[in-house]
Ligand binder design. Structure first.
Ligand SMILES: N=CN[C@@H](CCC(=O)O)C(=O)O
Ligand SMILES: [Zn+2]
Length: 408
């Protein structure tokens, strides 16, 4: 008896391949974790179906979604802060008063590794149930060596426990912890000389990130962090130009950043720097929406320069408590005027690129079989409606993870 797994076959499928919707109905075959066949139905030969398990006919297939920017692991809640903002306090004022990120830092430090894991599970399940097969998880709410490593360990454990690829990012330079008040350079010393080496030694970080902003760290301080990351061979990325234009994205681009994220205040020089470095622009409409920002990211300039645009949830307790990736497709179109095609590419091919994982986020022969089958009329409909329950099948690494039958 053969132990090889059956090949999986979908017929008559509308395929969004990570960059575009293919012009005609397709057949897709998956075997041993990879897409082995992607052919137009008119070229499909029944001999190809031999030994295949029929999975579905019709419907829309996309690559598994890639959420390239999340802060999924954290302690506590910031619902009270949401109310304070509604009463008129700004995100910056709350941060300067010791709330905001620092309030999550307090709760995260107090939480055990297991408690953080348990709290993150429902958030991760929400992403998985909406089609995510790869996500990035940042640290940044520990701000001591031990607490940052604790967060990264939780992120790794989530990746081991669930059918999802987790990429971890050390975000030690997220906020100045209270014990370093008045000595932000001293804290950057800790990040560079202890945190990054420890995370690298334990293999806990796949990349290093910073928050380059007036309420966080200066361009010069972030540059020091990137130099330390480089010594340890870790790729870098930046939260930059979210609330003001400091030039953090252009500096990050000089260090070959995988991505610059938020970038509402990015100027033309910043756009050119991202283009020249081949960096990806990551848009986070959830934070834009939650903080009721008014400055739009420079979409037209990014398009014109050909900078790849990715899209992510930014799932976090403060600026984007939104754990619903397909909502981001809608917000990116409604708020930023992305086309549905651009939005979907942002959560597939370009999201993967923002993580340096160019083989993911694409539906093409030879690619890893991380796939979603959606009950929608066409790919654009995923961005049009905000509607849970449209994911019929989720394939992770060639394995069916989820089958929903709609019985009435
Ligand atoms: N901008 C900085 N960091 C997070 C916010 C985290 C928080 O408010 O807890 C972000 O990506 O939006
Ligand atoms: Zn972030």
């Amino acid at each position: 008896m053969s132990t090889t797994e059956p090949r999986l076959l979908w017929r008559d499928i509308t395929v969004f391949d990570g960059l575009d919707t293919l012009p005609e109905p397709m057949a897709v075959i998956v075997a041993e974790g990879r897409i082995t066949t992607l052919v137009p139905m008119r070229e499909f030969d029944d001999a190809l179906a031999e030994g295949c398990q029929e999975m579905a006919q019709g419907a829309v297939m996309t690559p598994g979604l890639v959420d390239c920017h999340t802060h999924l692991v954290f302690g506590g809640s910031r619902a009270d802060e949401f109310e304070r903002r509604l009463e008129g306090a700004s995100y910056e004022e709350i941060a300067q008063g010791g709330g905001g990120i620092l309030s999550t830092v307090r709760a995260t430090r107090e939480a055990s590794e297991n408690a953080l894991l348990e709290a993150a599970v429902p958030r991760l399940k929400a992403l998985i149930d909406d089609g995510v097969t790869t996500l990035e998880i940042k640290s940044g709410y520990g701000l001591t060596v031990a607490d940052e490593l604790k967060m990264l360990r939780v992120a790794r454990r989530l990746g081991e426990a669930f059918p999802v690829r987790v990429v971890t990012t050390l975000l030690g330079a997220h906020a100045l912890p209270p014990e370093f008040e008045g000595d932000s350079d001293g804290y950057i010393d800790l990040v560079c000389n202890e945190m990054i080496p420890a995370a690298a030694d334990e293999g806990l970080a796949d990349a290093v990130d910073v928050f380059c902003e007036t309420i966080a760290f200066s361009v010069a301080q972030c540059e020091r962090v990137f130099q330390a990351a480089r010594v340890h061979g870790l790729p870098i990325k930046a939260h930059a130009e979210q609330l003001s234009n400091l030039g953090g994205s252009a500096m990050a681009a000089r260090y070959g950043a995988l991505s610059a994220d938020h970038i509402e205040y990015l100027d033309d020089a910043g756009v050119a720097a991202l283009r020249d470095a081949g960096s990806t622009a990551v848009l986070l409409p959830g934070a834009f929406h939650t903080l009721r920002e008014t400055q739009l990211p420079p979409i037209a300039a990014l398009r014109e320069a050909g900078v790849p645009i990715a899209l992510a949830t930014d799932a976090n307790p403060g600026s984007s408590p939104l754990f619903f990736p397909t909502l981001m497709l809608n917000l990116a179109c409604a708020l930023f005027r992305l086309t549905p095609r651009e939005a979907l590419a942002g959560m597939t091919a370009h999201g993967a690129r923002a993580l340096g994982l160019q083989d993911l986020g694409r539906l093409r022969e030879g690619a890893p079989a991380d796939l979603c089958l959606w009950d929608v009329e066409n790919p654009a409909a995923l961005a049009y409606a905000v509607q849970p329950g449209r994911l019929r099948q989720r394939i992770f690494n060639g394995q069916l993870q989820r089958e929903i039958t709609h019985e009435h």
